[in-house]
Write a protein that binds this ligand. Structure first.
Ligand code: ZN
Length: 203
């Protein structure tokens, strides 16, 4: 099985991709995780993208394509998490796989703006401990006052959500009959059960 999970920030792509990987024996390829790992190891790629990722900017399509393609050259199954994020990347992916095993399809975790705001609204940062999930106020671990990262402000979350849909709308059309759309507003277990059913024809 070769699939991609699509969905806005807060849709639970990482969690669901990990479950799909375990259930169907797939490689879980998260572009975010790969980038963080490369930056952490100080590789040439890591040094190239470090400033971009830190500034919250998007890594160029050619670079993302190169990184993903270097990991899907073999015959094995995979679940992509965070890729493709636009129609140009989707076309590149299809072209790259044209001579091997094509992608079966994409699953769109359709989460409402209200649900994303609810899920991401409790993200704060402790100056000592880093990101925490807490209702604001004091850090549950060390008691220091929590701060809100600019990225986690509701206005910013709302803007990212709308930007995601602007870019992803055409991507959903591109996948057409290869797209499975899942209501992602439910809890983790319910969403997983829907996802498992949706991808079963590709297993
Ligand atoms: Zn703390």
């Amino acid at each position: 099985m070769r699939i991609s999970l699509l969905g806005p920030p807060g849709a639970g792509k990482g969690t669901q991709a990990a479950r799909a990987a375990a259930r169907f024996g797939l490689a879980h390829l998260s572009t975010g995780a790969i980038f963080r790992e490369e930056i952490g190891r100080g590789t040439p790629l890591g040094r190239e993208i470090e400033g971009i990722v830190e500034a919250g900017l998007l890594v160029a399509d050619e670079t993302v394509d190169r990184v993903v393609f270097s990991r899907i050259g073999g015959p094995g199954g995979f679940v992509l998490d965070g890729y493709p994020r636009n129609i140009a990347q989707a076309r590149s992916l299809d072209a790259f796989l044209a001579d091997s095993v094509p992608i079966d399809g994409a699953v769109f975790l359709d989460v409402s703006e209200g649900e994303v705001l609810r899920r991401l609204g409790d993200r704060y940062t402790c100056p000592s401990c880093g990101p925490v999930r807490a209702p604001g106020g004091a850090c549950p671990s060390c008691g220091r006052a929590l701060e809100r990262r600019a990225d986690d402000e509701p206005e910013v979350i709302r803007r990212r959500f709308q930007e995601y849909h602007r870019v992803t709308g055409p991507l959903l059309s591109y996948y057409g009959p290869r797209l499975a759309r899942i209501d992602g507003d439910a809890g983790v277990e319910e969403v997983w059960s829907r996802l498992e059913q949706a991808v079963m024809p590709w297993a």
